[in-house]
Design a binder for this molecule. Structure first.
Ligand code: HEM
Length: 137
């Protein structure tokens, strides 16, 4: 499967994840217990997180970026997005604050992708040097 398909799946998963996080904040702030909303938000989050994960690892393989530090940080951010979803649902009083934390986390992840800080620091040195690492040498 060409890399652009993984990118499309990765970004579509992200749209689902952030739709669900926004929906969860609104549901918590409005103290709504409507089962249809809970189901829509929950399903969107689950499917979105799965797509981001699978396509993200597909992109690691397809783009040859390897397991660089920024990739590991992004995997940490992926876990954090799951924790934030649980917190929004369990602590409705924090929902509004978590809205801004979700935005901050998203901006950090996008910065990581387009700037790739620590790109020459390869977390798995036994993997063949990445194109960036070769270019920066
Ligand atoms: C399991 C977690 C994740 C993994 C393994 C992963 C991995 C990757 C990889 C390898 C790329 C391609 C980079 C390149 O083309 O040089 C990528 C692109 C991208 N990732 Fe992730 N990512 C993950 C989670 C996230 C999260 C949580 C966000 C945002 C909040 C995110 C946003 C993006 C964006 C915006 C792109 C650029 C897409 C493009 O231009 O093709 N990723 N990701």
């Amino acid at each position: 499967m060409p890399a652009y398909i993984y990118s499309i799946l990765h970004l579509s998963g992200l749209v689902l994840v952030f739709l669900s996080l926004g929906g969860a904040v609104v549901r918590s702030m409005s103290k709504s217990d409507e089962p249809a909303i809970r189901k829509l938000v929950g399903l969107s989050h689950g499917i979105g997180m799965l797509l981001v994960f699978i396509a993200g690892f597909g992109l690691i393989a397809k783009t040859g970026v390897g397991f660089q530090a920024w990739v590991f940080i992004k995997i940490g951010i992926w876990v954090l997005l799951a924790v934030l979803f649980a917190m929004i649902n369990r602590k409705p009083d924090l929902a509004k604050t978590l809205w801004y934390i979700v935005l901050l986390v998203a901006v950090i992840a996008i910065f990581l992708v387009y700037r790739k800080p620590f790109a020459h620091y390869d977390v798995a040195p036994d993997v063949a040097p990445t194109k960036q690492a070769q270019a920066s040498e």
